[in-house]
Write a protein that binds this ligand. Structure first.
Ligand code: FE2
Length: 172
């Protein structure tokens, strides 16, 4: 039996629990001091809620039409909890992209190799306030790889092609 060597002692379930806790803290107003007085309606905004050797936790405000590009989280696993509003996620499923909607209270975990694009849900017309989600990465995010889908349509099978890698600790 082979045992996978994971880059973190935390499991996806731990990150789901932590993002849930932090989402509750945001809703309870415990992070109000770091929130902007007015939410930028155009540009995505992110603030780090917590950081230690094992993980970092971010609060992200999503704006209409601002996608993240297809990316993975390099050597980090991740998880999110939607605080308010609604997100659309497009995940690479091996032969194309699969879409799903994540509404307030919904959670998602991102194992190693998870390639996705996230955007504020364009079909969500019910939310007047900010679209917020809490994300955790472990180990703390250091890099992301970006991808494009190639070969779709009549030109043959659909593939995923990595186009660049960026060293970054900013979440997407
Ligand atoms: Fe991501």
């Amino acid at each position: 039996m082979s045992v996978a060597i994971l880059p973190t002692r935390l499991r996806p379930a731990d990150l789901l629990r932590i993002t849930d806790q932090c989402a509750s803290e945001v809703l309870d107003g415990r992070h109000d001091a770091m929130l902007p007085a007015r939410w930028d309606p155009v540009h995505r905004w992110a603030a780090r809620l917590r950081q230690d050797d094992d993980l970092d936790v971010w609060l992200i405000s999503w704006t209409p039409g601002e996608a993240t590009e297809l990316h993975d989280h390099a050597g980090s696993i991740g998880a999110l909890t939607v605080v308010s509003g609604s997100l659309a996620e497009y995940r690479w499923a091996g032969d194309g992209l699969r879409a799903r909607t994540l509404d307030a209270g919904d959670q998602a975990a991102f194992p190693l190799g998870w390639v996705h694009d996230v955007v504020r849900n364009p079909d969500d017309t019910t939310t007047s306030g900010p679209t917020l989600s809490v994300h955790a990465y472990s180990p703390p995010l250091t890099a992301m790889n970006y991808y494009e889908v190639t070969g779709s349509g009549r030109s043959g099978p659909t593939h995923l092609r990595r186009v660049r890698t960026e060293l970054t600790d900013q979440p997407e």
